[in-house]
Design a protein around this ligand. Structure first.
Ligand SMILES: Cc1cc2nc3c(=O)[nH]c(=O)nc-3n(C[C@H](O)[C@H](O)[C@H](O)COP(=O)(O)OP(=O)(O)OC[C@H]3O[C@@H](n4cnc5c(N)ncnc54)[C@H](O)[C@@H]3O)c2cc1C
Length: 554
């Protein structure tokens, strides 16, 4: 027993529902699906680096969950009787990044991953319990920095790319910054890795990749293990933010063979929001990442194929269907298409902006960014809801926090409930009639020069981070020349389409949300005149599926 990690450690306390106990009745249900078996101390139930693993509920005995088993032996949790193993990757099918070792002898119920997914899809009570626990466990693992390691400089765009990709996909990882980690530098030198080959990713099996692409990372951790698309889907959805996920979920649940593809991560912009407080049914608010995670599990439950990363670069009409070309040469074909590619944040018109992006200038305020500027002075630009939410969130952890707006009235484009919270928040200041003119700093952001729009007076404010939320432009380059766009490049649909864009309808009329091409629909933020809210994006995604049926019937 001496080599079993976790001996002597107490069972991990239940952290916000991360480690709940199963009732006798719930264990009975699990016995009906799985296999009962005994377990001996030191037995490894699953190992970090494995492609997949089974679920274990503990009748008797205990299990230690360990990172770096046999080496680092860092005990992440200890589960006792009536608890269960697993994490979100058991439901999503991505690779295993921790090892489970039996600590005390006992009896377990073992359930294969596919059977567990079926159970979560069908048993409401167990689904809620397991789903909540797994979401909480993922939060804990992200906070602890378990999983694969990235070694790279904070000034490297590829380090930023990899970190953003993993963060947006809510995958835990550890980052060692070559700028101030001499041990990591020596480690790489020992392996013969040159600075030009960084960043490197060290996988949970211990092997290493030099500057891998996002697609390589996704393939390695099993992020898009759905296999090749069929020759022709009923419905292809491009973009898997709230609108695209909703379309994929409704499409699949209504029997359409559905494939959704996203360039970066499931959940879109919403998944970068620290707390969405105005989405129906969540009175205490819900983090964007949790909403996305739940939606993805739900869409997969109905059989939607969700592929990440995949970038749509072109659209063509072929014989009675549409073909979307993806970067890398793949083509996805569908009888109908839902465009849900959203919009991207507008950038500040200041010199040297790129030099500071990711090292002081940010477009999202999640716990990952908040950690980078803990106790530092922080500025936020923007007068909309996303700026307001970011300001409230950041004011809790940063040294000083100021929200800057161009106009003189915060309530002009921000919801009243946020304005009230900001006005009550003593840690948060508001600077009106203010515009950013210059960013200053050598290795990272140190100060921002701002100008008073009424007097023209300029002053320098200390700032380690500047968060920018000043509107968005649509992701429609890949549609240019194929569907009608408005003057700001948002997709026109339904009654907004001008008469001269209706040739393809040959006397018929476009349906609501239908673009200038019959069978191609636009939903969410990419749709001209959209409301830019999670609820409206989700609503349009579901409505479009109804309209897809109508178009197919015609
Ligand atoms: C920080 C922040 C906080 C917010 N808070 C709230 C809130 O509290 N309440 C609220 O109602 N709204 C909020 N919003 C707005 C809300 O998130 C958006 O309105 C909503 O996400 C729009 O959904 P969407 O699916 O249309 O687009 P998006 O969420 O933008 O998703 C579009 C997806 O398409 C993908 N994509 C783009 N181009 C391509 C391509 N060529 N190929 C493949 N994929 C592509 C992107 O990677 C992205 O995942 C917030 C937004 C932000 C940024």
């Amino acid at each position: 027993m001496a080599d079993v990690p976790g001996i002597g450690l107490p069972e991990t306390g239940d952290n916000h529902g991360a480690f709940p106990r199963l009732t006798d009745e719930q264990l009975d249900v699990l016995r009906g699906i799985g296999t009962r078996r005994t377990a001996q101390p030191g037995e490894v139930l699953f190992r970090e680096g494995d492609d997949s693993y089974d679920f274990f509920a503990i009748e008797e005995g205990s299990i230690a969950i360990v990172q770096g088993y046999g080496g680092e032996n860092r005990v992440i949790a200890v589960h006792g009787a009536h608890r269960f193993t697993g994490e979100l990757n058991l439901l999503t099918g991505t690779g295993v990044y921790l090892t489970a070792v039996v600590r005390e002898p006992g009896t377990l119920i073992e359930i294969a991953a596919d059977d567990l997914r079926e159970l979560v899809a069908e048993n409401e009570e167990l689904s809620n319990l397991i789903m909540r626990a797994y979401l909480q466990r993922r939060e804990i693992l992200i906070g602890m920095g378990t999983g694969l390691k990235i070694i790279g400089s904070r000034f490297s765009p590829d380090t930023r790319r990899l970190r953003e990709f993993l963060t947006r996909n809510r995958l835990p990882y550890r980052w060692r910054d070559l700028e101030d980690d001499t041990e990591a530098e020596e480690f790489l030198r020992g392996l013969g890795v040159t600075p030009a080959e960084t960043p490197v990713v060290i996988w949970t099996r211990g092997d290493l990749s030099r500057n891998p692409s996002n697609a390589e990372v996704a393939a390695r951790i099993g992020l898009s293990s759905v296999g090749p698309p069929p020759p022709l889907c009923d419905l292809v959805v491009i973009g898997a933010g709230p609108a695209g996920l909703s379309a994929a979920l409704y499409g699949a649940s209504e029997g359409l063979d559905t494939q959704a593809v996203d360039e970066v991560a499931l959940g879109g912009q919403a998944s970068t929001s620290s707390r969405i407080e105005n989405y129906l049914g969540f009175p205490a608010g819900i983090s964007g990442s949790e909403l996305a995670e739940r939606a993805a599990v739900q869409a997969r439950k109905f059989g939607a194929r969700l592929v990440v990363p995949g970038v749509a670069v072109g659209l063509e009409q072929e014989d009675g269907h549409y073909a979307v070309a993806l970067a890398g040469g793949e083509v996805v074909r569908g009888r109908t298409l839902i465009v849900a590619t959203g919009a991207q944040y507008n950038k500040l018109d200041v010199p040297d902006l790129e030099r500071f992006e990711g090292v002081g200038v940010y477009y999202a305020a999640t716990p990952a960014e908040a950690r980078l500027c803990e106790d530092d002075p922080v500025l936020i630009v923007g007068g909309g809801n996303s700026a307001g939410q970011a300001a409230i969130f950041l004011s809790r952890t940063t040294g000083s926090c100021h929200l800057m707006i161009r106009g003189g009235d915060l309530g002009k484009s921000m919801s009243r409930y946020l304005v009230d919270q900001i006005e009550r928040d003593e840690r948060l200041g508001v600077m009106q009639h203010t515009e950013v003119r210059e960013l200053r700093g050598d290795d990272g952001l140190e100060a921002v020069v701002v100008q008073d729009t009424r007097t023209g007076e300029r002053r320098e404010l200390p700032a380690k981070a500047l968060f920018v939320f000043i509107g968005a432009s649509p992701h429609t380059d890949w549609l240019r020349g194929q569907v009608a766009l408005d003057d700001k490049s948002f997709v026109l649909a339904g009654r907004d389409l001008p008469e001269d864009a209706l040739d393809a309808y040959a006397g018929d009329r476009p349906l609501f949300l239908e673009t200038s091409r019959p069978g191609v629909f636009a939903v969410g933020d990419v749709h001209a005149g959209s409301i830019k809210r999670v609820a409206s994006a989700v609503g349009e995604g579901s409505m479009a599926v109804r309209l897809v049926h109508q178009r197919l019937a015609r």
